[in-house]
Design a binder for this molecule. Structure first.
Ligand SMILES: [Zn+2]
Length: 94
């Protein structure tokens, strides 16, 4: 495995080692089989937040918002609609 990168699964939060050259090949989690790059933001919790931030070897864009914050909710909905967010070089977590 040349130049492996750590990618945290958005479904089960297990860290997967993926060769950098294979990031765009619909990589799946070795534990649960879920897609590692879904193209949609993943909701994080107090339990898995630190793992997604500290163990991913790719940039993680995080949106902090509270329920009822209209601007943040609109921005989040816009992110959900964007289909080009499936870039394997960046993941979205909120
Ligand atoms: Zn998984």
């Amino acid at each position: 495995m040349s130049n492996p990168m750590n990618i945290v699964c958005p479904a089960c939060s297990v860290t997967n080692r993926i060769p950098a050259e294979r990031l765009g090949e619909h990589a799946k989690c070795g534990k649960c089989g879920s897609d590692l790059f879904t193209g949609h933001p993943t909701e994080l919790s107090a339990e898995n937040f630190a793992k997604h931030i500290s163990r991913n070897d790719i940039p993680v864009l995080v949106d902090f918002w509270r329920l009822g914050a209209a601007l943040a909710v609109r921005w989040l909905r816009r992110l959900h609609k964007q289909r080009h967010n499936s870039n394997p070089r960046c993941v979205l977590r909120n």
